[in-house]
Design a protein around this ligand. Structure first.
Ligand SMILES: [Zn+2]
Length: 72
């Protein structure tokens, strides 16, 4: 199960991330799978899958790269 997301800033506003990743990092917007609250995350390498436990409701979120179909 993947988490829908959208681009918030193509270049992360978190400068440390941007610099550390040579500007591949971007900020994304998504909803908590549990309570639908809007959340923001930094995705350091958007061409690779990112997953972590969201500390909003301690639910796992999985972000798939944008490439290809977005159909679920
Ligand atoms: Zn939540």
């Amino acid at each position: 199960m993947t988490t829908p997301w959208e681009v918030l800033f193509e270049f992360s506003t978190v400068k440390a991330y941007s610099v550390a990743t040579k500007f591949t990092a971007m900020d994304i917007l998504y909803e908590c799978p549990e309570c639908s609250k809007q959340r923001v995350a930094v995705w350091p390498f958007p061409d690779t899958i990112m997953e972590f436990v969201d500390n909003c409701c301690n639910k796992k979120v999985v972000f798939m790269p944008e490439k290809g179909s977005e159909e679920e």
